[in-house]
Design a protein around this ligand. Structure first.
Ligand code: HEC
Length: 184
């Protein structure tokens, strides 16, 4: 029987102590690291928008650019609309409506004068992160899109979320409720 074989060959005590110590060291090294990852990712993914339950997608800062935008007074913002791979593929193939699984994120910053060059404008403090997620069944009542607006990682109130679809529907209905076109 293999179990008896292994029992006979069980390592001597110092080896057991060594192994236990090694295991402890590994655990003690890994746990704080894992906790720090959980804390760092936590706020970005945890808070869901009212009505839609949309969260900030993990890794959106690495997503590909669809187009930049600029918003005049009073907001004075620089913006960048980015998308996940499903979004980028749909844009490149000119596919409408966008398929389920499409995620669009609009990043925004205060429009700020460069301290280094008079005519240059640079992103200042981040203002909002806005998200649109396509799920044609779940969000059938709002053109298949779920919406989320976040400030400092926290969703804004329900009243603001009631305005999203109305404006997108009024002005971008012929482009699946999405304003942004792929920048040339
Ligand atoms: C009064 C009109 C208006 C309202 C209300 C509005 N949006 Fe938009 N949204 C726009 C415009 C215009 C753009 C195009 C990009 C730009 O100019 O910033 C846009 C772009 C976006 C984009 C990028 C994809 C696209 O359609 O171009 C997302 C994501 C987005 N909005 C989310 C939201 C969310 C979430 C809300 C509600 C909390 C919201 N929007 C409310 C006008 C509006």
């Amino acid at each position: 029987m293999p179990s008896i074989e292994t029992e006979k060959k069980s390592p001597p005590m110092p080896a057991v102590i060594m192994l236990t110590a090694l295991l402890l060291v590994v655990l003690l090294t890994c746990v704080p690291y894992l906790v720090s990852i959980a804390l760092a990712e936590g706020p970005a993914t945890a808070a869901a928008s009212p009505i839609f339950g949309v969260t900030i997608p993990a890794g959106y800062k690495q997503w590909e650019l669809i187009a930049p935008a600029e918003e005049g007074a009073p907001l004075n913002e620089l913006r960048a609309v980015v998308g996940n791979q499903t979004a980028i593929d749909a844009y490149q193939d000119g596919k409408l409506p966008f398929p389920d699984g499409t995620s669009l994120v609009k990043r925004a910053w205060k429009r700020t004068q460069s301290p280094d060059f008079a005519s240059a404008t640079i992103p200042g403090a981040a203002t909002t992160v806005q998200v649109m997620v396509k799920d044609s069944k779940k969000y059938a009542a709002t053109g298949g899109w779920g919406f989320g607006r976040f400030i400092n990682g926290k969703p804004v109130d329900e009243a603001q979320h009631r305005t999203c679809f109305a404006c997108h529907e009024a002005h971008a209905k012929d482009h699946d409720y999405v304003f942004t076109r792929l920048a040339p």
